[in-house]
Design a protein around this ligand. Structure first.
Ligand code: PAN
Ligand code: ZN
Length: 188
């Protein structure tokens, strides 16, 4: 169903922060990310209410509508669980061929991309980088810097989010701090 577009939505281009009556928001804390990091014991020993990331989104049509677009911004805070950088849960789109754009606003990180055969690669993120995430590609972001990493996103309204495959099998690699620098460590 078409919802009347809201012209009072705006984005602060310096911070990525969106404002407007119809902007939705979710926060993911360490408690929400059980089983996501390699060192589950380290995650459990940290304050469970600590926010890891916050997502604002603008959904001018209903979720699942074919032909619409959604817009969002993610604020991924700096930190680590053991040697692994704070990161998003990561997902495939439910309709596998649906693509997405990410645009980095602030901070430094790694976009972890995994194809359906498990092959995994990184795209480095820094202010101004534009990332085209093709269909059939799972995506997750790790904050490798010491400040908040913020990035804008635009994706089809019928894409949907499939977290199940990632929750069960993870990605083909993890972004870890190795000798004081971020590296993609393959997972067996
Ligand atoms: C993004 C992500 C956002 C949070 O808007 O949903 O960065 O990551 P997770 O959804 O993996 O927790 C996007 O990729 N939308 O499709
Ligand atoms: Zn996505």
């Amino acid at each position: 169903m078409e919802i009347e577009p809201d012209c009072s939505i705006s984005v602060n281009l310096a911070s990525g922060l969106m404002s407007g009556r119809r902007v939705g928001e979710i926060v993911r804390t360490l408690a929400d990310l059980a089983g996501i990091f390699a060192d589950e014991q380290a995650r459990r020993s940290m304050p469970q209410e600590q926010p890891v990331y916050r997502v604002q989104s603008y959904t001018p049509v209903e979720e699942g509508v074919n032909g619409g677009l959604f817009w969002g911004v993610t604020f991924l805070y700096p930190g680590r669980v053991g040697d692994e950088y704070f990161m998003t849960k990561g997902h495939f789109h439910t309709i596998r061929n649906r693509a997405e754009y990410y645009v980095t606003v602030n901070g430094f990180g790694a976009l972890i991309l995994m194809e359906e055969d498990g092959s995994t690669r990184l795209d480095w993120m820094m202010p101004g980088t534009v990332h085209y995430i093709p269909g059939h590609t799972a995506h997750r972001v790790a904050n490798t810097g010491s400040t908040t990493l913020s990035f804008l996103a635009c994706w089809p309204s019928d894409a949907g989010h499939d977290y199940g495959v990632i929750a069960e099998h993870g990605f083909g690699g993890r972004v870890m701090c190795v000798n004081n620098a971020p590296a993609l460590v393959p997972q067996s």
